[in-house]
Design a protein around this ligand. Structure first.
Ligand code: FE2
Length: 376
């Protein structure tokens, strides 16, 4: 059961995915540890996760080679090149909490995603083809990005199924929220480069504090520090790379579905202040599909284990500004479109010059009026 002392964690637990593939006793132990971790921490390492080291090294290598390309070559894959908010995002052009992030990124989706048909609601454009670099421009990027995406998604579903079981549900009970009935996949990988920043630089925001929006995130990091997680007592905890592991965290949609029992924990990335070399990270996001209802009703008590139900009433939570992300949009697709329009002005200005995300937020959110605490 969630308790306040456990929520004041000082380091992240390491869960052994090999237990899931072991005996019934091993699996029960894994589910117990997973449940305690999701109730109290919302962040953990996974080891023995089954993704070969070469796949991880390859995606980092591909990202580095891409970022080293001349700007005019990278520009061909710009986030402005397609209306789906994916591709190359130059440094200082992604906005979090109204400020530019110092990092440079390449965001990509599952390669099977097609653009929505002509006349479909505009928010369906949050899924679509990514403007990948050509093989000639960035050799090996295609294979590395595919291998990572498929391996990370496979691990994502393994964890999603374990999370369902840890709640007392059938293993596939949460799949309905993730599997898009239209056949597209709400999978996103971000390859991030955080360049060193002078201590006296004007802007040292690596990635502002936030919670992740979807179900769960699988994060590969390198040895350069930067990630911090806020425990339930409000203290920021440094998260370092543990070789052979990924960092996993839960997102807002899972928190909502569990009525607040499973925690979507606040985190941030410090920019690489005074560093000598670039910091890289590669998160994979397993998100709800665009058609799901945004303000989903929590799973009923009767379907859940008693310790999950009891934890719904806990008197503490991760204290992120959960403002607008919690309220805007009737579907996840609408919410995502608004957030992307806000965060990726290069794409928004090129493809949606007549749309204003604040206006959409009000139009698409029944009864919503921006409050003073909302982050615009
Ligand atoms: Fe995040």
């Amino acid at each position: 059961m969630a308790n306040k002392a456990a929520g004041a964690f000082e380091k992240l637990p390491i869960l052994d995915v090999a237990l899931l593939r072991g005996s019934a006793k091993d699996k029960a132990q894994f589910l117990h540890e997973l449940r305690e971790t999701c109730l109290n921490v919302g962040f953990f390492y996974v080891k023995n996760h089954g993704i070969p080291e070469e796949v991880v090294e390859s995606i980092f290598g591909a990202g580095k080679r891409f970022f080293e390309l001349p700007a005019d070559v990278k520009q061909k894959s710009s986030v402005a090149a397609a209306p789906h908010f994916v591709g190359w995002i130059p440094a200082e052009s992604e906005i979090t909490h109204g400020r530019a992030d110092v990092r440079e990124s390449f965001d990509y989706q599952w390669k099977g995603n097609t653009a929505p048909p002509i006349g479909a609601p505009i928010w369906k454009n949050t899924l679509g083809p990514t403007p990948f670099p050509s093989e000639a421009d960035c050799p090996g990027f295609d294979k590395a990005s595919t291998d990572w995406m498929l391996a990370a998604a496979d691990l994502g579903y393994t964890l999603l199924h374990a999370i369902a079981e840890s709640l007392g549900l059938e293993s596939n009970a949460l799949d309905q929220y993730v599997n898009d009935p239209e056949g597209r996949r709400a999978w996103l990988t971000k390859i991030n480069r955080y360049p060193p920043v002078a201590p006296d630089a004007n802007n040292t925001q690596g990635c502002g504090h936030h919670t992740d929006d979807g179900f769960l995130t699988i994060l590969a990091i390198d040895d350069i520090p930067g990630l911090q997680v806020q425990n339930m007592a409000g203290t920021w905890i440094d998260v370092h790379r543990v070789p052979g592991t990924f960092v996993v965290n839960l997102g807002d949609y899972l928190e909502k579905l569990t009525g607040g029992a499973y925690v979507s924990t606040t985190h941030r990335v410090f920019s690489n202040v005074g560093g000598a070399v670039d910091r890289y990270s590669v998160p994979f996001f397993l998100d709800p599909h665009p058609l799901v209802i945004r303000n989903v009703e929590p799973i009923p008590d009767s379907a859940l284990l008693p310790e999950i139900v009891a934890a719904r009433n806990k008197d503490y939570k991760s204290d992120v500004m959960k403002g607008d992300q919690r309220k805007i949009g009737r579907t996840h697709g609408e919410s995502n479109f608004i957030n992307r329009l806000k965060s990726y002005p290069l794409c928004g200005d090129r493809w949606y010059p007549d749309l204003n995300w604040k206006q959409l937020a009000v139009e698409w959110s029944e009864g919503f009026t921006p409050g003073e605490t909302d982050v615009w």
